[in-house]
Ligand binder design. Structure first.
Ligand code: MRU
Length: 369
């Protein structure tokens, strides 16, 4: 998307690859909305650390980062011995996979890269194929988000008031975003609407990232406290909810997304409001049989006990909010059951959550329109 820093507007992707230097280029999301900076990770271990420490975050973005990180790691291999090369591939894959557990996109992305690599007969061929496959994953991610926009456009009528949670915008993908794609399409169609961004404690990706993206794009929006959504729904001030996802189980229709999503889905049902989930195909887990099996990331308790912000001198600072002797529990994601979900907006159309499993062949083999 276009980013305006100072008076200059420039197009950026959230994740990119520098072929000459073999580095992954990432927007440093922990500094936003206060500072815009692009960083480069020099090797696959640094790329895995950037995922783990949330320099880059959001399912699609960490999927593309993992794909590039795998290409980066295998391209750094010196030699022609295929057995040793295979060991390197497995090590890089495992390191990147372990960086964050809940989103399935990194696994799906790296599996695509590995499948493509098997077409090469030599180390050099496989290295080239790895990079081509990672680049294809990133490009497809952008095309799929654009298609989500086309399929979701009609869900945003003139004057709509939309609630979204966390950040499933372009910073969570390579570009465009999933939950934000229908909003951008509606804006391009000349519709006026308003977005409420849940602040999304504890890391506040709604207040910091989604609000920044919408401001950059000139879309009317306000940040609300996580606890305010029920009140606004009760007063008839929200018309629909659109969120993203980190993993959707095709076999059950269950949706893992940022902690607090389930609460919003329950509230939406109570108030008979449509609740949509927007995803590219890389967010679908085709095999897992139960939401209980989804690995839910538990993060550091400091995230709950305090908050990050900018102190004097533009220094990123953590301040403690909670009682100094109390500990905290910090599950980062929750699972919403299919009966609370009106539809899944995919690059191939809008489906009921339980339809995804039956549509597998069609979804995997189809052309994006
Ligand atoms: O912990 P994060 O910031 O990586 O969480 C991801 C999210 O922002 C969301 O849950 C989002 O809706 C899905 S990612 C496209």
């Amino acid at each position: 998307m276009n980013v305006t820093v100072g008076n200059r507007a420039r197009h950026y992707r959230t994740v990119d690859f520098d072929v000459r230097h073999n580095t992954v280029r990432l927007i440093e999301q922990r500094l936003l909305p206060h500072r815009f900076k692009v960083v480069a990770t020099p090797d696959y271990r640094a790329t895995a650390a950037a995922i783990r420490d949330m320099v880059v975050r959001g399912a699609g973005a960490i999927g593309a980062t993992a794909a590039f990180g795998l290409a980066q790691g295998v391209r750094a291999f010196r030699g022609a011995n295929l057995d040793r090369f295979e060991v390197r591939v497995a090590t890089v894959y495992a390191t990147l996979k372990a960086a964050r557990p809940t989103a399935v996109d990194p696994v799906n992305a790296m599996d695509q890269v590995r499948r493509r690599m098997t077409q090469g007969g030599t180390v050099a061929e496989q290295q080239d194929l790895a990079l081509a496959a990672a680049q294809a994953f990133a490009d497809t991610n952008v095309q799929e988000c654009e298609a989500i926009g086309r399929h979701g456009l009609d869900l945003i009528p003139e004057g709509a008031r939309v609630l979204t949670h966390c950040n499933a915008g372009w910073l969570a993908f390579v570009d465009v975003g999933s939950a934000t794609a229908p909003l951008y399409a509606a804006q391009a169609a000349g519709r006026t609407f308003h977005v409420y961004c849940d602040e999304t404690r504890p890391r506040c990706q709604g207040a910091s990232l989604t609000a920044w993206e919408l401001a950059q794009q000139g879309i009317s929006h306000q940040v609300i406290a996580d606890n305010a959504a029920g009140h606004l729904m009760q007063r008839g001030e929200i018309d629909l909810v659109i969120v993203g996802s980190d993993r959707i189980l095709a076999r059950t229709g269950e949706v893992a997304n940022k902690i607090g999503t389930y609460t919003k889905a329950v509230l939406a049902r109570r108030h008979r409001l449509p609740f949509y989930v927007a995803i590219p195909l890389s967010t679908i887990d085709w095999e897992m049989g139960s939401g209980r099996a989804i690995p839910i990331e538990e993060r550091a308790e400091e995230e709950v006990l305090g908050a990050w912000g900018l102190a004097a001198g533009n220094k990123r600072t953590w301040v403690r909010v909670a009682n100094p002797t109390s500990g905290a529990r910090n599950p980062a994601f929750d699972v919403t059951p299919p009966e609370l979900i009106t539809g899944i907006i995919t690059p191939l159309g809008v489906f009921r959550p339980r339809q995804l499993g039956r549509l597998r062949r069609r979804l995997e083999g189809s052309e994006i329109r």
